[in-house]
Design a protein around this ligand. Structure first.
Ligand code: NAI
Length: 317
């Protein structure tokens, strides 16, 4: 069966719903996009058409279909039943709110059967908490993308303890097919992996500012001109491995020092008050005032596009 005869339902047509739609159509799947706000699906289609154009111009359009062929695979609806009817995979991309997500999934649960895969984009809600009580909770899984998914393809796949094995395997296969890089968590954990790492970094960056060690701009420089440059191509473990003659050697050289520094890190703290205000002021100078954030996002995306092209070329070599 060709992919164009297979249907995926995408629920919620905001930032992530649009990205998932673009990923699925790149492999030729038909997508029915649903939102409670009709104007959202209309603006999603317009936005997707423009984004596909930009990808085509950069040579980054995924798959073998043209921009028009991919776009023609999208339909929109204001009817949830129409969205999920006959779909083999449903990707939910509604706001990060447990009540909204559970209310959507309880409606979907009444409209599907035991063959479908029910996948949520949630950034932090545990799959067992969202799917508890669903008749088809065994078909439920989290597929948490990195933003923006087209340029940062790592996707966390998080099953609940009751998720069927084939749901995990089929979700991994689908994500790979559309060009994503799935990473499976063996068990669910608060914040999954990406945000646990991200928030550990943010926590220490916050303490360094609060304690007056360094300016907010200079913290960002350490990442963008230091650690982040390497992390665009390899993770912290390979970085360490290459910084010595292997991991065991790295441990001999640095484990005591690392432990000493880790023991010196402070406890978690809520980001607020004068420290947060100081960071905001610094970021307004660095990245522009709040009203210019959309333009700065475009600046970011141009750089991410260039990096994605470079990585693609280097991976081919
Ligand atoms: P968004 O706010 O851009 O889009 C949410 C969409 O859902 C809106 O179009 C809204 O009209 C629609 N919606 C609201 N209630 C609905 C309902 N009951 N039924 C159908 N549609 C409904 O949000 P975004 O950023 O796309 O986030 C969606 C999910 O993806 C969240 O769980 C978020 O945590 C997760 N996520 C977001 C990332 C990001 O950087 N924005 C990254 C990775 C995951």
């Amino acid at each position: 069966m060709s992919n164009s005869s297979k249907k995926i339902g995408v629920i919620g047509s905001g930032l992530i719903g649009r990205s998932y739609t673009m990923l699925f159509i790149s492999a030729g799947y038909r997508v029915t996009l649903y939102d409670i706000l009709p104007e959202q699906t209309q603006s999603a289609k317009k936005d997707i058409w423009e984004q596909l154009g930009a990808l085509e111009r950069e040579g980054l359009l995924r798959g073998t279909l043209t921009r028009q062929q991919q776009f023609d695979l999208i339909s929109t609806t204001q009817n949830l039943e129409e969205c999920v009817k006959d779909a083999f995979f449903v990707q939910e991309c509604v706001p990060e709110n447990l009540e909204i997500k559970r209310s959507v999934w309880f409606k979907v649960d009444k409209l599907v059967d035991n063959n479908v895969i029910l996948s949520s984009s949630t950034s932090a809600l545990l799959p067992s908490v969202i799917s508890e009580g669903l008749e088809y909770k065994n078909r439920f899984i989290v597929s948490h993308p990195t933003n923006p998914p087209f340029y940062a393809p790592a996707t966390e796949v998080v099953p609940a303890s009751w998720t069927d094995a084939d749901v995990k395997e089929k979700t991994i296969a689908l994500l790979k097919e559309v060009g994503q890089v799935p990473v499976v968590l063996n068990k669910e954990i608060k914040g999954f992996v990406l945000n646990r790492i991200q928030y550990s970094i943010l926590g220490e960056c916050y303490r360094l500012i609060r304690d007056g060690v360094v300016s907010p701009e200079d913290v960002d420089t350490i990442m963008s001109q230091g650690l982040g440059v390497r992390y665009a191509f390899m993770g912290p473990w390979e970085t360490a491995y290459l910084n010595a003659n292997g991991m065991l050697h790295y441990g001999e050289l640095y484990s005591d020092m690392i432990l000493g520094i880790q023991q010196d890190l402070g406890p978690p703290e809520r980001m607020e008050g004068p420290t947060l205000e100081a960071v905001n002021e610094a970021m307004r100078k660095l990245a522009g005032p709040e009203e210019t954030i959309p333009a700065r996002r475009q600046w970011r995306d141009r750089r991410l596009t260039a990096l994605a092209k470079l990585k693609k070329e280097m991976d081919k070599a």
